[in-house]
Structures are given as structure tokens and as C-alpha cells.
Ligand binder design. Structure first.
Ligand code: ADP
Ligand code: NI
Length: 217
């Protein structure tokens, strides 16, 4: 799939994003970016809110400079790349705002969200839940060499973002610390609707996981 066919300007941005995320785990690869872009477009078309250019660029740039992968903020670089590609200052500022505020670990910051941030954040969160979310969680856990499950390791208190940022919990705990909370944190009604089935699937997965763990026949 190449949504950028024929547009050199977008190809340059795609190349930049691919280069920046190449050290990330494969749950944060180019396909993740494309899924977030496609889901963002779907929500935008359904909700009729937000500027489409900002949403598209915000989706493409949302994981640039992610602290989970040991890279610092890259707002100046995002600005330079977009400005060189000919985007206007208001779009660039709005894209940086998305990049700055999208992550779950910054959800304790009380900010007024733009329509564009609400959409890209819902799309990113939808990719963290459901079957794909489960695959991504265990992939990230493997990437960081985390334990799959430790029955003696209690999940962190919900909302303790300082502990969350430092946590090295087993991957099953990540469901309680983040993934199962996302359904009720959706910004748009389209996001909420899409989250339902994906949430139920994670509940089913966890039930089956414990059933097998306890060898319940
Ligand atoms: P955020 O910055 O909001 O955490 P991202 O979309 O960059 O969001 O990354 C979230 C992805 O990484 C999700 O798929 C999530 O399950 C995974 N992830 C993050 N932290 C952990 C963790 N401690 N254990 C397992 N997966 C994790
Ligand atoms: Ni992401």
C-alpha cells in the first residue's frame, strides 16, 4: 500500500519518519504509522472535525522522538522537515502539539485538546488495544525483555504516571495499567465505538490466559 504515490513532498516526509523509527520495536514500525493514519482518516470522515492536512501530518509524526526508545523530543527537527516540505506555520505548530501531547504517559497533563489531537490520539490508542494491541504489547515486552506474567507482581495504581513511566512490570500488568483503561479515555464517539469490540477481545484473551495458567479444564 502506498498512500503517497505521486506526491514527492509526502514521500520525503515518509522517508524521514521511516528513518527516525527504525530503532523502535516492530509494534512501532511503519505499518503502525500507516494504521494510525488510516484510522485517523476514518474518524475524521465520520466526525467531520479537524483539518485533514494537520491530522495526516500529525499521524505520520506522532511517534517521532519517543522517550520509550531513548530518544528525546525532536520538535525543532519536525518543524524543519515540515517547513522544508512547504507546510504553513499553523499546521506545523498543530502537528508539534499532537506529537507533544499524544502519549498515555502524558495523560495526567490537563490540556485543552485540539480536534486533530483528539483524532490522532484515538487512532493511536485503538492500535494499542484489540488483537493488534495484544500483539504489540507482547512484542514491546519482548523487546524490553519483560516477563510475560508474574502472579506475585501487583499492577501499579491506576493514574500513577510517575510510577508508570519508570515501570518494568510484566506485560500482563500493562493491560491493567493502560490497555483496559483506554476504552473510557476515547475522545470521539467514533473512537469509543471502535474501542468496544477491541476491549471485549482483550477481556476474553485475559480470561483464557488465566484459565490456561491455572490449568482449568
Ligand atoms: P504511548 O506513548 O501512549 O505509551 P505508543 O503508541 O507510543 O503510546 O506505544 C504504545 C504501545 O507500546 C502499545 O501498543 C503498548 O501496549 C506498548 N507498550 C508501552 N509500554 C508497554 C509496557 N510496559 N508493556 C507492554 N507494552 C507496552
Ligand atoms: Ni503510536
Amino acid at each position: 500500500m502506498n498512500v503517497f504515490e505521486g506526491d514527492k513532498r509526502l514521500n520525503r516526509i515518509a522517508d524521514y519518519v521511516k528513518k527516525e523509527i527504525c530503532g523502535y520495536d516492530s509494534g512501532h514500525d511503519w505499518y503502525h504509522i500507516i494504521r494510525v493514519l488510516n484510522t485517523s482518516m476514518y474518524i475524521h470522515n465520520n466526525e467531520h472535525i479537524g483539518d485533514i492536512t494537520t491530522i495526516a501530518m500529525g499521524a505520520l509524526m506522532h511517534d517521532i522522538g519517543d522517550r520509550k526508545f531513548g530518544v528525546g523530543e525532536k520538535h525543532d527537527e519536525i518543524e524543519a522537515v515540515l517547513s522544508e516540505a512547504g507546510f504553513e506555520k499553523p499546521v506545523i505548530d498543530a502537528v508539534i502539539e499532537i506529537n507533544k501531547n499524544i502519549s498515555f504517559s502524558s495523560s495526567d497533563k490537563k490540556i485543552e485538546k485540539s480536534d486533530e489531537l483528539m483524532i490522532v490520539q484515538d487512532a493511536d490508542r485503538l492500535d494499542a488495544i484489540g488483537a493488534i494491541g495484544i500483539a504489540r504489547a507482547f512484542n514491546y515486552g519482548g523487546f524490553k525483555n519483560r516477563v510475560i506474567y508474574d502472579p506475585d507482581y501487583e499492577p501499579l495504581a491506576v493514574g500513577d504516571m510517575n510510577a508508570y513511566r519508570k515501570s518494568t512490570s510484566p506485560t500482563i500488568n500493562h493491560f491493567y495499567e493502560k490497555l483496559l483503561l483506554l476504552k473510557d479515555m476515547m475522545n470521539t464517539s467514533t473512537g469509543r465505538k471502535l474501542a468496544e469490540e477491541r476491549h471485549d477481545f482483550m477481556e476474553l484473551f485475559l480470561r483464557q490466559f488465566y484459565k490456561e495458567w491455572k490449568l482449568e479444564i
